[in-house]
Ligand binder design. Structure first.
Ligand code: COA
Length: 161
């Protein structure tokens, strides 16, 4: 696909905020590779196979989007995909420090890599995967925070509405 960009993350699980960014990206770029990190240092609630299944079920309406896993450095994965475009979502000012550090690290590793930041819809600016996991773990409502596949799996794990 021409003008393909990579949207990397851990997606544990995918939230409606991630979907908002992927929808925006799919309107701008010829193709979007949603890339799930497989060797994350973070401890995950869902194994990578389940995280991929939630993504597949939630992104069916976006034909120019593919879902892949990667391990190792993002710059190497980008090279393998034949692109130098990375997408990151920005929610609040507090995201900036982390994103700045990550972008400059990647740029040092590959000066050709460009990171494009898309701002999330205001209604998702507070949202994160850990927040969704926490609300679900206390059996709170999550139907408006995560897509049906992820919400159903969280409800199965923790019980709740
Ligand atoms: N809506 C909702 N939540 C969002 C979001 C959005 N639009 N954008 C980010 N988040 C949340 C995620 O849910 C996650 O929440 P959590 O911490 O509560 O679980 C948090 O923001 C950050 O997650 P994510 O954007 O998935 O980033 P990450 O830190 O998990 O992963 C990688 C970042 C994968 C891009 C990065 O670690 C990487 O490239 N690793 C490969 C190794 C490498 O190349 N390192 C050198 C460069 S740093």
């Amino acid at each position: 696909m021409k003008n393909t960009a990579i949207y990397p993350g851990s997606f544990d699980p995918i939230t409606n905020g991630h979907i908002d960014i992927i929808e925006r990206a799919s309107r701008i770029f010829g193709g979007v590779v949603v890339a799930v990190l497989n060797n994350d240092e973070k401890k995950h609630l869902f194994p990578v196979a389940e995280r991929l299944a939630f993504l597949r079920a939630s992104l069916k309406h976006l034909p120019n989007t593919v879902i892949k896993t990667f391990d190792g450095l993002l710059v190497n994965f980008a090279e393998k995909c034949g692109t130098n475009l990375i997408i990151r979502g920005l929610r609040m000012v507090s995201d900036f420090d982390y994103e700045f550090q990550m972008t400059l690290t990647n740029r040092q590793l590959n000066p050709d890599l460009e990171t494009v930041f898309l701002m999330t819809d205001a209604k998702y600016s507070f949202l994160s995967s850990s927040l969704v996991r926490q609300v679900a773990s206390f059996r709170g409502k999550i139907g408006h925070l995560a897509p049906p596949a992820a919400a159903a799996a969280l409800k199965k794990k923790f019980g709740g509405k």
